[in-house]
Write a protein of this length. Structure first.
Length: 262
């Protein structure tokens, strides 16, 4: 008899929204919400690893966020820099591989240094892959990818008919990453806000009214439990999906039995 493994999402992406509203509801300045939001990140990284999630991508700062008041941006950049320095030891201890996507050259130099240092130090870690989206915008990413391909065609390095989904994917910030299985957005807003537009084509969406500073491990567990009950068909019929699962489970079972015999 074949037993299917638990349907845990391999890649979870989160739009961490609601920091400012959380602070304003309590009569605090908006930056206080960002400070509280930073505290949640450590808990969610730990819980994602505990649940068996392989990749966690967090929308930390968008291209649109550059339009916020200068003081708020300065606070966000200082918090990011301090977070990277403070959490580096724990990331290394837990074998977390740190990655970043976005136009990071737009970041302040000191922040960029900490980002690159953390990425370099953790690049060989074999645990959870943590990706921060910084100065990231989905539309800008697609435009940049199109420009790169157009330039290759213009220079004769690529034929027009050779442009496929795969060649396009290789021009994205997320080259080499799996698409998110589950996209979570906090704060009650029901939109993806220019986040991973290409990559989330078949992602399951989960919206929660919980503001990010209040998003605890229990909330992540609830999102994963909800995901387990989703039926992901990717354009196939349910019978086709079931046959695909049976074949995959059979291969896994035979592989495990073979390993026992060696």
């Amino acid at each position: 008899m074949i037993f299917f493994s638990e349907n845990i999402p391999n890649h979870v992406a989160i739009v961490m929204d609601g920091n400012g509203r959380w602070a304003e509801k309590r009569g605090y300045p908006r930056f206080y919400g960002h400070i509280e939001g930073c505290k949640r990140v450590r808990e969610i990284i730990r819980e994602a690893d505990k649940l068996g999630i392989k990749s966690l991508t967090l929308f930390a700062f968008s291209t649109e966020n550059w339009n916020r008041p200068a003081e708020e941006i300065q606070v966000l950049m200082r918090l990011l820099s301090k977070w990277l320095i403070r959490e580096r030891k724990e990331l290394m201890a837990n074998r977390v591989c740190f990655n970043v996507i976005g136009n990071i050259m737009e970041l302040p130099q000191l922040v960029l240094q900490e980002v690159l240092k953390t990425k370099e130090l953790s690049k060989n870690n074999s645990g959870l892959k943590l990706t921060l989206a910084l100065s990231y915008g989905g539309r800008a990413e697609l435009v940049q990818a199109a420009r790169h391909l157009a330039q290759k065609v213009s220079e004769g390095r690529l034929l027009l008919e050779d442009i496929t989904e795969n060649t396009f994917i290789n021009e994205l910030f997320t080259k080499g990453m799996e698409d998110p299985d589950l996209l979570i957005r906090t704060s009650g807003e029901q939109r993806i806000s220019n986040f991973l537009l290409w990559q989330c084509a078949y992602s399951e969406l989960y919206f929660t009214p919980t503001l990010w500073p209040e998003f605890k491990p229990l909330h992540l567990q609830q999102a994963v439990e909800d995901f387990k009950n989703r039926k992901r068909r990717f354009g196939l019929t349910q019978d086709q999906v079931l046959q695909k699962q049976i074949k995959s489970s059979t291969r896994d079972f035979l592989r495990q039995e073979s390993d026992k015999m060696l």
